[in-house]
Design a protein around this ligand. Structure first.
Ligand code: ATP
Ligand code: MG
Length: 373
């Protein structure tokens, strides 16, 4: 897991950029001239003719107007590739999220293209909807549907005191919806798509806490025919990267299942995939969880203390069992995402009511105090 090329998305953008994605070998169809305006539509139609691009093209001026000239008070967040602003399109009055990519060359350019192509061809209720893009001069912007509750990360980690914690039912709903988005990529898309960047900050939530996967710039078409993997330079985010992928660069659908297991663990425990503020043996969530998985009596120690015991004991056990299977070292021991969907859909259907159902005793286990809650 300590692979240098796996990135450490954590707090600061500089760190993100330094650690984040390394350039993959670029397939020739995706090689674009850097200082030229990009014609994504013609690139897509070259790509086997399947490319009906529904996304709208915007001028830079339209998007500048929508965000009041990218005013600081419209800023929603910042990732490794640029800033995300809330905006309102003048033509339709639609509220949108606009990601302005840093103008730093090939890497961002390639991911921009992959994102537009992927999101134009893939449509599912649990994938974020791309409304359009702008490739004006050297500007690269992506326009998405606005997800009013932000990212799952915003609801799990470093919560401000006035923000509500997620209850058990909502957590299971988010986990099962995210799994369905991944199932669509793995099993419904043809050829399958390996997402490669599953993490809490890429799961966005709408006003009803419905989850949608976002950020497809790293997505890869999966193996076809008899091939079991695609070989690629290792990219992704430190803490979420499957160990065999980090070590060999061999990417399979099971790499995504591992990342999903890490996200599920974060959802259940409220802990971060990597948390340097904890004791050394608890820095890495999977390493901390592995010995606890072996002893069912320790399961209650793993529940997020913010749940205050309000979860079903059996549901916790089952959800942890799913997470444990997903993060197994051996990729072929991990379940298919379709089986994860079946398990989590069932768990999400079992509503927990703290008024009528037992509240678990608070656990004494969290050996490191939660630093910022
Ligand atoms: N469609 C959207 N609607 C609402 N908020 C969004 C949307 N897209 C992104 N955001 C907000 O912007 C933040 C930054 O997103 P971005 O994808 O640029 O970076 P990230 O996912 O945090 O990190 P990384 O670049 O490592 O993937 C998100 O955490 C989220 O809060
Ligand atoms: Mg993101």
């Amino acid at each position: 897991m300590g692979c240098l090329l796996c990135s450490g998305k954590s707090k600061k953008k500089a760190k993100k950029q330094q650690n984040k994605k390394s350039i993959d070998q670029i397939p020739s169809r995706e090689k674009l001239k850097l200082n030229q305006s990009l014609d994504v539509k013609s690139e897509a139609s070259k790509d086997g003719g399947c490319g009906h691009i529904a996304a709208h093209t915007f001028t830079f001026r339209e998007l500048a107007t929508a965000t009041k000239n990218f005013r600081a008070d419209c800023l929603l967040g910042e990732g490794g590739f640029g800033r995300v602003y809330k905006g309102r399109l003048e033509s339709t009055h639609q509220v949108v999220a606009i990601k302005q990519l840093d103008r730093n060359g090939l890497q961002g350019n390639r991911e921009f293209l992959v994102e537009v192509l992927m999101l134009s061809l893939l449509h599912h209720p649990n994938l974020v909807n791309l409304i359009g893009y702008c490739a004006d001069g050297d500007q690269r912007l992506l326009v998405y549907e606005y997800m009013s509750l932000g990212s799952l990360e915003d609801h799990l980690h470093d919560l401000p005191p006035d923000k509500n914690r997620l209850d058990w039912n909502t957590r299971m709903k988010i986990a099962s919806g995210a799994a369905k988005g991944l199932e669509y990529l793995h099993d419904k898309a043809n050829p399958p798509v390996i997402y490669r960047d599953l993490k809490c900050s890429n799961i966005l939530l709408d006003e009803a806490y419905r989850p949608k996967l976002s950020d497809f710039g790293l997505a890869k078409l999966g193996p076809v025919g008899d091939n079991t993997h695609v070989s690629t330079r290792v990219m992704g985010t430190y803490g979420y990267c499957a160990p065999e992928y980090a070590m060999t660069g061999q990417l399979t659908l099971k790499s995504d299942v591992y990342s999903f297991g890490v996200v599920l663990l974060e959802i259940i425990t409220g802990r971060k995939a990597i948390d340097d503020s904890r004791a050394a043996e608890e820095h890495n969530l999977v390493a901390w969880a592995r010995p606890l998985f072996k002893d069912r009596r320790k399961f209650s120690q793993m529940a997020d203390p913010m749940l205050q015991g309000q979860y079903p004991a059996r549901g916790l056990y089952q959800a942890l069992a799913v997470a444990a299977m997903c993060v197994q070292e051996q990729p072929n021991m991990r379940p298919l995402i379709a089986d994860v969907v079946t398990a989590l859909t069932y768990l999400a259907s079992q509503k927990y009511n703290p008024e009528t159902m037992p509240v678990q005793r608070p656990s004494s286990a969290s050996s490191t105090p939660r630093m910022r809650r």
